[in-house]
Design a protein around this ligand. Structure first.
Ligand code: SF4
Ligand code: SF4
Length: 254
């Protein structure tokens, strides 16, 4: 279904009269159908800047709406409602309430990056999808996705130790998302890996699971990364108006 049909003519905008006679002609029911005009009053003029302030959204202003991203999109082929070109249009126009209508599917981007290669303007649509999903979470429109939680667990471990220990990442991720550790697929995978793993490697894995491996002399790097992350978070909160809101709430509480 073309995008404009889906988005501009909505069931809630259709008006009919059960009983209507005009000039002696009975036009009751669907004969009297007319489409109520859609009026957008709540533009968010800062929306493009807000998305551009998040990682991946920086080049959204380059989009010229050619539609190559949507045409090449893996998810769009399965779900026509998943439409990066359309969402980029809404963001650039500041049509926040329209964007929010699709808030529950924007996270479905599988990061295949087909759109990135198809885009003639280097908009990096995959990044825009990630930035938009992140924006929805930061603004409280959607809960944190499992993908975001996984990224957090992964990043926290790298920052803390300078290393990644996959078993610990999986354990922490399952714990934070309320999932049982002993899932059938994971047990089966562990069995198969154990069968093929060289003995020495198996011992190394077991030790890494017991004693958290760390990069030597990592403290300075950790402090520098933590400072950078704090700076970036403050910048994003300011760009999204979240810093002001937090201060306001604190002020109200006092
Ligand atoms: S990266 Fe996301 S938006 Fe881009 S083609 Fe893949 S699923 Fe679609
Ligand atoms: S392919 Fe690039 S320029 Fe074309 S609509 Fe998508 S983001 Fe915009």
């Amino acid at each position: 279904m073309p995008i404009h049909e889906k988005t501009l003519i909505r069931p809630e905008n259709l008006r009919t009269h059960d009983k209507l006679v005009v000039d002696g002609v009975d036009v009751s029911g669907h004969w009297s159908t007319f489409i109520e005009s859609r009026v957008v009053r709540d533009y968010n003029e800062a929306l493009q800047d807000e998305i551009a302030a998040l990682p991946g959204g920086e080049h959204i202003h380059r989009c010229w709406q050619c539609g190559s991203c949507t045409n090449s999109c893996t998810v769009n082929a399965i779900n026509p409602d998943f439409n990066p070109r359309y969402w980029i249009y809404l963001i650039r126009m500041g049509m926040e309430s329209e964007l929010l209508r699709d808030k529950d599917i924007i996270w479905q981007c599988v990061s295949c990056n087909k759109c990135t290669y198809a885009c003639p303007r280097d908009v990096f649509p995959e990044g825009v999808m990630k930035a938009t999903a992140h924006w929805l979470e930061l603004k409280g429109h959607t809960p944190k996705s499992k993908s975001t939680i996984f990224d957090q667990v992964f990043t926290e471990q790298v920052v803390a130790t300078g290393k990644i220990e996959e078993g610990r990442v999986i354990r922490d991720f399952f714990a934070r998302t309320g999932q049982p550790l002993l899932q059938d697929w994971l047990v089966e995978m562990a069995k198969r890996v154990a069968r093929r793993l060289p003995f020495k490697q198996g011992i190394a894995f077991a030790l890494a699971a017991l004693f958290r491996p760390r990069t030597r002399g990592w403290a300075k790097a950790r402090a520098a990364i933590a400072e950078y992350v704090q700076e970036q978070e403050a910048h994003r909160r300011k760009a999204l108006g979240l810093a002001a809101r937090a201060e306001h709430e604190v002020g109200d509480g006092a």
